[in-house]
Design a protein around this ligand. Structure first.
Ligand SMILES: Cc1ncc(COP(=O)(O)O)c(C=O)c1O
Ligand SMILES: N[C@@H](CCCC[NH3+])C(=O)O
Length: 437
């Protein structure tokens, strides 16, 4: 975790005092340590290189999509996973190599699919029967082809919050393996000459610590691949095992090093392919959180402090569920510090409250801090994934700014929203003659 402190007892982010960043850009502020993003990306990429296996590490841009972020992903030679026109548009603005972009989604629209086809992206991960037809007709109309993966749900219940589980049978994503639906989809795709099936995809969920879920899913996919090879002569060139690698949010979390996740997958794929005499497929993965999560810190300014004797002390900050909805949505836990009191003793337990009109708008239910005062700077760690990405304008709060810090320098990469921008979609309504208001 980013806990670098200078002699004055101030928190540094990528070597820069958090206070300096807050003063220059205001709060709430998302700050990314860009070197950390690079290290995370390299941990995955290097492991595949070390084992000399063909691979693609696609950054799941849903975790945090912005032009600057995708430029860093491109510099690190990552591929990219997008799930919407908006994410694809951002990738195109960042001049991300189109052939390394993969598109996901359980309900891709005609427009999304057309955009993907028109821009000749590398691959579409097909999710349902309707999409097979829709995509085939677009390709027919445009007289072109598209490489696809078939997304299957392997029936694995990984250990994580119910809302971020995706590999179980009862899921809105993908084709179920056990009922034969996945094979039916495989046959449908095989009949479409414009769909070029490269292999299979699965994603079992998110914020997963153990490797057993990933290895079990790998075995299930190999079983299917072996069956389809025998029955239909199909050989998968690509096996995409999704993302979901867990990271540290609090000291209670004990994730593996990123290279260990990659190592476990490589080992299992190698074992399965040798056991079944199956030509080694290219391994694709799609980490989002593991690349952006622990590189991000959110800075807030402390406002009101309310003590209810014998109950708790609420410390309210100038953001909340508008910039980080994860605690309210998943009961996600975080750690925080007072950025200019890093050397002071912990004196009190606080509950960090957001400023939205919701009792559930809490960022951290219990955290030990030095004695806090109004205007103190609070830093919350590991907020780089699904924080800004899930930000919203509830109560018409402005979206925060985002700053990238690297090599002792910092730069604004997403401007803070202003009120004019917040109301940019609103149109006025005049009462007209003859119409009831
Ligand atoms: C298909 C797919 N790939 C990749 C990811 C990225 O997951 P994570 O950020 O946990 O690595 C997700 C989100 O859970 C996903 O749905
Ligand atoms: N947004 C979720 C994870 C879902 C990822 C996409 N399938 C989170 O914050 O943990």
């Amino acid at each position: 975790m980013n806990r670098e402190v200078n002699e004055q007892g101030e928190l540094l982010i990528a070597g820069i005092p958090a206070k300096e960043l807050a003063e220059q850009y205001g709060t709430p502020l998302y700050v990314y340590d860009v070197e950390r993003i690079r290290q995370n990306a390299r941990a995955f990429i290097q492991t595949f290189k070390d084992y000399e296996v063909r691979a693609q590490v696609a950054y799941a841009s849903k975790a945090f999509s912005s032009i600057a972020m995708l430029q860093v992903a491109k510099q690190e030679e990552l591929s990219l996973d997008v799930v919407s026109e908006g994410e694809l548009y951002t990738a195109l603005e960042a001049e991300f190599p189109v052939e390394k972009i993969h598109m996901h989604g359980n309900n891709k629209s005609l427009k999304e699919l057309e955009m993907a086809v028109d821009h000749k992206i590398g691959c579409i991960v097909v999710d349902n029967f309707y999409e097979i037809e829709l995509l085939s007709s677009i390709l027919e109309q445009k007289q072109t082809t598209m490489e696809v993966l078939l997304r299957v749900t392997p029936g694995i219940e990984a250990h994580t919050h119910d809302y971020i589980l995706t590999g179980q049978e009862d899921s809105k994503f993908g084709f179920d393996l056990s009922s034969g639906q996945a094979e039916e989809a495989f046959l449908k795709i095989s009949q479409q000459k414009r769909l070029k099936l490269k292999g299979l995809h699965c994603h079992i969920g998110s914020q997963i610590f153990e490797t057993s879920g990933f290895t079990m899913a790998t075995r299930k996919l190999f079983q299917a691949m072996q069956d389809w090879r025998k029955r239909h002569g199909f050989l998968a060139e690509v096996l995409n095992l999704g993302g979901g690698f867990g990271i540290q949010y609090t000291s209670e979390d004990d994730p593996l090093d990123l290279n260990q996740y990659a190592h476990a997958l490589i080992k299992e794929v190698k074992e399965q392919s040798s056991m079944l005499s199956y030509p080694m497929p290219e391994i694709w993965i799609e980490p989002g959180r593991a690349i952006a999560g622990d590189a991000g810190v959110t800075l807030y300014t402390v406002g009101s402090i309310k003590n209810i004797p014998g109950v708790r002390t609420y410390l309210s900050v100038d953001g909340g569920m508008t910039d980080n909805i994860r605690p309210a949505l998943y009961q996600a836990k975080y750690e925080a510090v007072l950025a200019s009191k890093m050397n002071q003793p912990m004196e009190q337990e606080y509950t960090i409250a957001g400023k939205c009109c919701e009792s559930g708008d809490m960022l951290i239910w219990e955290v030990e801090l030095p004695k806090a005062d109004h205007k103190d700077l609070l830093a919350m760690f590991s907020t780089g994934a699904y924080g800004y990405a899930m930000a919203n304008n509830y109560n018409r709060f402005q979206k925060s700014a985002v700053v990238f810090a690297e090599g002792g320098e910092h730069s604004l990469v997403v401007r803070r929203e202003d009120y004019r921008e917040m109301t940019r979609l609103d149109l006025s309504y005049e009462k007209r003659e003859g119409k009831q208001a």
